[in-house]
Structure formats: C-alpha cells, structure tokens
Design a protein around this ligand. Structure first.
Ligand code: FAD
Length: 408
C-alpha cells in the first residue's frame, strides 16, 4: 500500500517508531520505574515483531504461532509458576499490559487474556496445589496454551442458569457431555477448562480437558469479521472421560466461575482503552499528514472535534480503569465496579473507533491503514465476556440495593 502517490503513508500505533501521545494525562507515570521498564519491553516487542505482521494474519484469519516464543520471553506470567520467586504484578501493571497489547492488536491481546487470565486464572483460583504444580509451570512459559470453555450454543448471556454441559461421576473419573461455542485458542490449546453441571448436585464444576482426549473435538469458527487472528472454536464433548485428578478441586459452584470473570472483565475494559489509544494515534497521524483544500485535514475544526472527542473518551476510560486497578490492588473492588468499567469503556471504544475511521474516510476501510481492524475488532470486544446489557443489569441490581432486572 505504501508508495501510492498522493496518499499518506499507512501508519500504525507502533510503525512510527514509538508511542504517540494518547496518554494525555500521563497515567503511565503511576507505574514504578521497574514496571515502566516492563511496559517498554512489551512495547518494543509489539512494535518490532507484532505490528508489522498482524494485518496479514488478520486477513488470513490465521494465528502467528511464531510470536508465542516472544510472548514467553517477555516473562509476563513467570510469577504464576508455583516455584517462581517472583511476586504477582500489581493490577495496575496487569492492566497496562492488557492495554498495551490491545493498542497493537486486539486479537493478540485476546489470545493473551484467554491463556493467562481465563485459563491460568482458573487454575490459580480453583486448582489444588498439586494441580497448580502440574499445569502452571509449562503454561507460564507458554509451552502449553490454555482455553476457557464456558459459553454454549444455547447459553451466552444466560450461561449461569442455562449451562447444559453435564458431568457424570464414573468410577475414578467423570464423563462430560455437551457443547461449547466461541472458545478462544481452543483449536490448538493443550489444556481446555470446561465448565459443566454435575448431574447429581446440579452445581457447576470445572475440569481441565487435555487436548486429544477421546470424545473432545474443537472445530474452528470460520468467516468472522472481528478478531480474525483469534482461533475460536465450537467444542463438542461426547462421552469425554476425564480423571478426577483433572476436576478443579476448588471449583464448587458458578460463584467460583463468576469470581474469575470479575477479574477478567476489568482486563477487557483495559483492552478497550488500548484500542482507543491505538485508534486515536493512527487518526492523529493521518490528520496531520493528509491534505485537502490545500491544508492538512487536522487543521479543520470538524476534524479536530473528532480527535478531541476520541482523546476525551480514551482519557476518561483510562482514568476509570486506573482507579479500578487501585481498588483491586487494595482488595476492595466489587463485581459491579468491573461491570461498569467493561460497559462504559467498550461503549466509548465503539464510538471512538468509528470517529477514527471517519477521519481516514476511504482509507479507513483499507486494512493497511490499521484503523479498519480496530473498528471490526471493537465489535467483538463490545460483546464478549458479557454484553453491555448484561453488565448494565449487574450494575443496576447493585445500585438499586438488589432489585434484579434479570428475567427468568
Ligand atoms: P446472547 O446471550 O444470545 O445475547 C444476544 C443479545 O441479547 C445481546 O445483545 C444481549 O445483550 C441481549 N440480552 C440477552 N439477555 C438479555 C437480558 N436479560 N436483557 C437485555 N438484553 C439481553 N466464551 C467463552 O466461554 N470462552 C471464550 O474464550 C470466549 N471467547 C469469545 C470470543 C469472541 C470473539 C466472542 C464473540 C465471544 C466469545 N465468548 C467466549 C462468548 C461471549 O462471552 C458471548 O458471546 C457473550 O457472553 C454473549 O453471548 P451470546 O453471544 O450468546 O449472546
């Protein structure tokens, strides 16, 4: 695409060689020096290895497996190995990592979020010490990749009450039967967390199903128009037998599942901030370079209006997730606070990427200019891990002192 006479050079948030000024209120300065060094190393990886290739993989809807080693080298989840001497990072740093990844590419941010937050997060929360020792060391080195199977063909928003996959005790193991939909990483994951209802107690239990277990199949969902790099799968469990040793010993009801989602939803809000930062930077760069009526379009009031609204959305959302992370670090945050951030930031994201695309006009729909990918990916992020409506119902129930508007 580059080199077309009269057109601005396609730019991405990193292709320009560094970070453009989307962090208008310098939130990053709230991190310690060591944490900022970590972010700088991630940014360097994203700028040099990820940004140049993501469009091609997005277009092909393929996963760039060669990047997995680079993710491992960043050492972002080394701390999760039970034998590691490293301590868990602050929620603020974890948020900045999610933001930084999405700032380059939302699909890879999703890959990382599913593997570390959902799959490893479940084993960390619900696994016994033995199970953590068995699975987490290889997962923390990205030698084994995880997936998280909760959503079902018939149960998306209503998965808590509507979960139909069954678990039946069978001697020293369990038989799983049912179907899952949308499960990220599942076409190639080594360890797939599966949530299933115990036919006896009706409680939701968690299991780790290992790849190649008989009765487990994962089929890639084709023809997506968002997050095309993420390999989402339809899973079928047909008499799939797993040993009792693979039942997560501390997952006893859906409350344990909800605890994991509470944490990961705030991560999705951070991803939305990353997308807003990326989209703003691309639009700003373009507005400074593209000339119409004899001047850069960034010199028109109407274009500045869009840029400033995008910056306002990104800045307000970043402030919200930063405070949320501080509450998480203090150990006092609630489900509804995560839900409000997920709902608010993704609404602002959806609005902002549209404005960014508008600034690039025709070039905004060409993949090479990067913004089109953000527009498409924002649609999936808006809906996954609980739609805006569902997050709204969670917040609404909390602020009215328990008046639940969920209808059954
Ligand atoms: P539905 O629940 O069918 O909702 C359809 C519409 O109805 C929505 O607008 C919804 O808000 C609205 N609605 C539903 N109930 C109400 C109500 N009571 N009041 C008002 N409105 C309502 N799941 C996993 O388990 N693991 C994964 O790794 C995973 N990755 C995903 C990746 C992608 C790219 C996508 C798109 C989804 C992924 N999901 C995953 C599933 C995701 O969490 C669900 O898609 C999401 O929760 C919404 O469910 P649904 O798509 O079935 O929509």
């Amino acid at each position: 695409m580059s080199g077309v006479p009269g057109l601005p050079t396609p730019t991405g948030p990193y292709l320009d060689g560094g970070l453009l000024p989307a962090d208008f209120y310098a939130f990053e300065e709230l991190l310690s020096d060591r944490e900022r060094e970590k972010i700088a190393s991630i940014r360097d990886f994203l700028r040099t290895q990820v940004a140049p290739i993501v469009d091609g993989y997005w277009a092909k809807a393929e996963f760039p497996f060669q990047l997995v080693e680079g993710f491992a080298k960043l050492g972002l989840v080394d701390w999760a190995d039970p034998d590691s001497s490293e301590s868990r990072p602050s929620n603020l740093l974890a948020g900045f990592v999610a933001m930084e990844l999405a700032h380059a590419d939302a699909s890879l941010a999703t890959f990382f979020g599913v593997h570390t937050g959902l799959a490893m997060g479940t084993i960390l929360s619900c696994g016994s010490d033995e199970q953590k020792r068995r699975w987490l060391p290889a997962m923390s080195r990205f030698e084994k990749i995880g997936a998280f199977g909760l959503t079902e063909p018939h149960g998306g928003s209503d998965v808590a009450g509507g979960l139909q996959t069954t678990a039946r005790r069978d001697g020293d193991g369990w038989i799983l039967d049912g179907a899952k939909r949308w499960i990220g990483n599942a076409t190639f994951a080594d360890l797939i967390v599966i949530w299933a209802r115990d036919v006896e107690t009706k409680h939701v239990l968690g299991f780790v199903v290992e790849k190649d277990t008989p009765g487990f199949t994962a089929t890639k969902i084709e023809n997506k128009m968002a997050l095309r790099i993420v390999q989402n799968a339809d899973i079928v469990l047909d008499g799939c037998r797993v040993p009792e040793a693979n039942r997560l010993q501390n997952a006893n009801s859906f409350k344990d599942t909800a605890e994991i989602l509470r944490r990961t939803r705030s991560g999705v809000a951070w991803q939305a901030v990353g997308i807003m930062f990326g989209a703003y930077e691309i639009a700003l760069q373009y507005a400074k370079e593209r000339e119409q009526f004899g001047r850069p379009i960034g010199g028109f009031q109407l274009v500045q209006d869009l840029l400033v609204k995008m910056l306002g959305n990104a800045t307000a959302s970043c402030g919200m997730v930063t405070r949320l992370a501080q509450l998480q670090d203090a150990g006092v945050y609630q489900d509804e606070q995560s839900s409000l951030a997920k709902a608010y930031c993704t609404v602002r994201m959806r609005e902002s990427v549209g404005w960014g695309r508008e600034i690039l006009a025709g070039n905004g729909i060409v993949l090479d200019y990067n913004i089109g990918r953000f527009v498409a990916d924002a649609e999936a992020i808006y809906s996954y891990e609980g739609t805006r409506e569902i997050q709204t119902l969670i917040v609404g129930r909390a602020v009215t002192g328990g008046l639940s508007a969920f209808v059954k």
